[in-house]
Design a protein around this ligand. Structure first.
Ligand code: LMR
Length: 393
């Protein structure tokens, strides 16, 4: 049996963690996988999550199945987080998934059932796992222009022109905030024409919202999704608690559907659950229960928001500090865009050979396309890091 197989290529992002772990140099720096780290380099459990876990431990009496959609309190909380307190949820559906990737795969399977011939349009570039997930569900993919490496900005006009090539009924995958891997995002003013084009051309939005709270704040990061919801008839959103609740390994996210009306979304939701039933039957409970406890307790919710905001502000400071250090070391404005970007990542815009040299000569780890994790930076290493980057140019 297994003789028919050849080895899978190493995952471009996750394989970096193993290389980093095995590097004996004490000065090594991990800017690879998207995990938030504090100034000591630790990925701590957030205070509100720790407290919710304690309450869960004290109150939980059974480990029996929760149900196909997972924790309904969690699902409702996620809808409110995405669409806003007081939003009309009558034509929304959410089910708990195994992380943001579980949500993406669930939604990809659902869309493949609904429209097997549709092409999913992806930004150029996009997260390395998007196309594999969509293709695994049987969907075709194509790309639309997005990132201008020369300016570090989104090519908004070219994006609109590129999307005009999509056929009626095609699906457009959009990063709701904090574009991964570039850190370059549409302004809310630029989202308007995108939403209008989707409506006019009858294109279906598939939003990946894995970093809500890491860009401009919880509400501002949800503004593009809310704008789309006010204009388009239907859409889906894949969301994740990995980053904003720091519950990575416990795997929780949500697959969200917005239908034309309550009846149609009910039918689509039943198909989403039929999909997860054959993928993994039911989602894991632990982190979803902890997130639900936080969302249902005003005090814990406020604590969580405060801690999340301090993480976001720290990333912004690191962006400014790194851009300034690079300006000093390179004597140029080449890297100034880093301070203007938002979210966990930016691309340095150096070659793969230069990325390899940073790893081999300095023990600095980042993805081959020069994507680095802003939250992997440390305040006291910025100057040395900038010096190393400039030395390989
Ligand atoms: C990343 O992009 O680094 C994260 O989303 C982790 C992953 O699964 O790739």
């Amino acid at each position: 049996m297994f003789e028919t197989l050849t080895a899978a290529p190493p995952d471009k992002i996750l394989s970096l963690s193993v290389l980093y772990r095995n590097d004996p140099r004490p000065t090594k720096i991990d800017l690879g996988v998207g995990v938030y780290k504090d100034s000591a380099g630790a990925t701590v459990i957030m205070g509100a999550v720790r407290e919710a876990e304690k309450r869960l431990y004290d109150s939980q009496k059974t480990k029996t199945y929760v149900g196909m959609a997972g924790d309904e309190g969690f699902n409702k909380g996620m809808l409110k987080l995405v669409f806003g307190e007081g939003a009309d949820l009558s034509r929304m559906f959410a089910c708990q998934t195994a992380g943001g990737s579980g949500a993406l795969r669930t939604l990809a399977e659902l869309l493949a059932k609904a429209r097997p011939d549709a092409t999913v349009w992806l930004s150029d570039p996009t997260w390395a796992n998007h196309a594999p997930i969509l293709k695994a569900a049987g969907l075709k993919t194509a790309v639309y222009p997005y990132f201008d490496a020369a300016t570090g900005l989104v090519k908004a006009e070219a994006m609109l022109d590129g999307l005009k090539k999509a056929a009626k009924g095609d699906i457009v995958l959009l990063h709701g905030c904090c574009h991964n891997p570039t850190g370059a995002n549409l302004s809310i003013e630029q989202w308007g024409p995108v939403a209008d084009l989707l409506v006019e051309r009858e294109l279906f939005p598939f939003v990946d919202l894995a970093y809500q709270g890491f860009g401009d704040g919880l509400e501002d990061d949800a503004a593009p999704v809310r704008l789309l919801a006010s204009k388009v008839p239907e859409m889906v959103v894949a969301t994740s608690c990995s980053k904003n609740f720091s519950v990575y390994r416990d795997r929780v996210g949500a697959a969200i559907l917005m239908g034309k009306d309550a009846d149609s979304v009910k039918i689509a939701g039943s198909q989403a659950l039929a999909t997860t039933r054959v993928l993994y039957s039911m989602p894991p409970d632990h982190a979803a229960a902890a997130v639900r406890i936080i969302m249902e307790d005003a005090g814990l919710y406020a604590d969580w928001k405060t801690e999340l905001e301090s993480m976001r502000l720290r990333m912004l400071n690191l962006r400014t500090g790194f851009a300034e250090a690079l300006r000093r070391q390179s004597n140029s404005a080449r890297f100034d865009f880093i301070a203007d970007h938002r979210g966990m990542f930016s691309r340095l815009g150096i070659t793969e050979a230069q990325v390899d040299r940073l790893r081999d000569e300095y023990g600095i780890y980042m993805v081959g396309d020069s994507r680095f994790n802003v939250a992997g930076l440390k305040e006291d290493q910025l100057e040395d890091l900038a010096k190393a980057v400039v030395s390989v140019l």
